[in-house]
Design a protein around this ligand. Structure first.
Ligand code: SF4
Ligand code: SF4
Length: 160
């Protein structure tokens, strides 16, 4: 009889502990985010899909120096550089990245490429959507990474 009373007592104590956690949590502010209907909020330092930046004139900041590719421990950056010409100026430097690919099936988002870049041409964006069915679609090309340039901001003096 004594052990039965002890068991019932222990059961009530256990239930009380469990429900006290539940009750405390019920009245806390919710942290649930309605992704994908609502974009998730991330911290400013979050390392998402990279962005290739442009300068204030719309030129690409990347000068095709390969330092980011050399710093990448996952060897997932592929660059082909080309010379700027007066007729075809893409960046403010001598060269630009004709091809700039990042293979996100290998990238570990370490940020070394961002740190290595001398022109701040590559930064981390805040996009988190990298879950495709086809692994080949994780190879991002320059056209997907490059910051869009507003057509209305382009004028003849800014970008020949
Ligand atoms: S974040 Fe790291 S792994 Fe990803 S491309 Fe940059 S250097 Fe390579
Ligand atoms: S992103 Fe930066 S480090 Fe990489 S090739 Fe371009 S300028 Fe060089």
């Amino acid at each position: 009889m004594a052990s039965l009373i002890q068991e019932v007592g222990e059961t009530f104590v256990t239930l009380f502990k469990g429900f006290s956690v539940t009750l405390r949590t019920i009245f806390r502010p919710t942290t649930t985010e309605n992704f994908p209907e609502v974009p998730p909020s991330v911290q400013p330092r979050y390392r998402g899909i990279h962005v290739l930046q442009r300068d204030e004139h719309g030129y690409e900041k990347c000068v095709g120096c390969f330092l980011c590719a050399a710093a990448c421990p996952a060897n997932c950056i592929y660059i082909e550089a080309a010379e700027n010409t007066d007729a075809n100026r893409i960046s403010a430097g001598e060269r630009y990245a004709k091809v700039y690919n990042i293979d996100y099936s290998r990238c570990i988002f370490c940020g070394y490429c961002v740190e290595a870049c001398p022109t701040d041409a590559i930064t981390h964006g805040h996009s988190i959507e990298l879950a495709p069915y086809d692994i080949n679609s994780l190879l991002y090309r320059k056209e997907q990474l490059l910051e869009p340039w507003p057509p209305q901001a382009v004028n003849s003096s800014a970008k020949p």
